[in-house]
Write a protein that binds this ligand. Structure first.
Ligand SMILES: O=C1O[C@H](COP(=O)(O)O)[C@@H](O)[C@H](O)[C@H]1O
Length: 242
C-alpha cells in the first residue's frame, strides 16, 4: 500500500530548502518523541544539499537529538571517498560535520577505493540495512529525466523487485558507476519526500505524477504513510491547474 502524492509548492529554491529543512526537523523531533530514535535517508543533488545546509543554519536543529538519528543514503556515486562527487562528502560538508551524531548510526555507502566492486558495495549496504528499511523519512532529489536516487529511465535497476540495493553502471549522468536503493527499499519508507526545483524539472514533476515507475522512475517514489512532492513554482509549471 502506498500513499497518494501530495504536492506542496514553494515560491523559489531558497524558500523550498528552508521549508524542507523545517519539515525535516519537525518530522525527526516528532518521531523521537514517539519512539526515541528516528531514521532519515539523505539525497544528493542541488536542492538536496541546499536543504541540508538549511538544516545546519537553522537554530531549530537542536530540537533533534542527533545522537539518536540513523543516517542513510538513497544513492551514492561510486568514486573514491575524498571525491567531491560523493553525496556523502557533500552531506558531511553541508550538515553532518556540525552535528553531534553517533558515528555508529551514520551509514555511508562504500566508496570505490574500499577494494570492492560496485556490486559488492551494494550487497554490503543491503546487509547493513538488514530487514529494517522502514525509514521514517526518505528524501529524494529528482533529475530532469525523472531519475530518483540512481534509478534512471530504461535501466535494469527499475525491474529489481527483491534486492534493496543495486550497483548501477552506465549512468547517463556522471559519474557512470553508482550504488542505489531500489524501489522495494524506497517504497518501504514511512514517508517519501521528492524535492525538486527549477524549470528544467517541470516535465519530470508532471510525469512523476502521471506515469508509471518504469516510464518515469520518480513515479515509483511513494511512501507507505505519506508521499510528498516538495517543489518550487518553476518546477510545478506543468502540473495541470498550477
Ligand atoms: O546524481 C544525482 O542526481 C540527483 C538529482 O540531482 P540535481 O542536482 O538535479 O538536483 C540526486 O537526487 C541524486 O542523489 C544524485 O546522486
Amino acid at each position: 500500500m502506498s500513499a497518494v502524492p501530495f504536492v506542496v509548492v514553494h515560491p523559489d529554491p531558497a524558500v523550498l530548502a528552508q521549508a524542507v529543512a523545517a519539515r525535516l526537523i519537525t518530522r525527526l523531533t516528532d518521531v523521537q518523541t514517539e519512539r526515541g530514535t528516528a531514521s532519515v535517508v539523505l539525497t544528493g543533488g542541488t536542492i538536496g544539499i541546499a536543504t541540508l545546509a538549511a538544516v545546519a543554519a537553522s537554530p531549530a536543529r537542536d530540537a533533534v537529538d542527533w545522537r539518536a538519528v540513523d543516517v542513510w543514503w538513497g544513492d551514492e556515486r561510486f568514486v573514491p571517498a575524498d571525491s567531491p562527487d560523493r553525496n556523502e562528502k557533500q552531506a558531511r560538508e553541508a550538515l553532518l560535520d556540525v552535528l553531534d551524531l553517533d558515528p555508529e548510526r551514520v551509514h555511508p555507502m562504500p566508496a570505490s577505493h574500499a577494494g570492492l566492486s560496485a556490486e559488492e558495495a551494494a550487497d554490503r549496504y543491503a546487509a547493513a540495512l538488514g530487514s529494517g528499511v522502514a525509514f521514517d523519512v526518505l528524501m529524494l532529489g529528482m533529475g530532469p529525466d525523472s531519475h530518483v536516487a540512481s534509478l534512471f529511465p530504461g535501466h535494469p535497476a527499475l525491474h529489481e523487485n527483491d534486492r534493496l540495493v543495486v550497483a548501477v553502471h552506465d549512468s547517463p549522468k556522471p559519474p557512470p558507476t553508482r550504488v542505489s536503493l531500489t524501489f522495494p527499499a524506497i517504497q518501504a519508507a514511512r514517508e517519501v519526500w521528492v524535492i525538486a526545483s527549477g524549470a528544467e524539472k517541470a516535465a519530470a514533476v508532471r510525469v512523476a505524477l502521471t506515469c508509471d515507475q518504469l516510464a518515469a522512475p520518480a513515479a515509483g517514489a511513494r511512501g507507505v504513510e505519506k508521499t510528498l512532492f516538495l517543489i518550487d513554482r518553476a518546477s510545478a509549471a506543468e502540473i495541470p491547474g498550477q
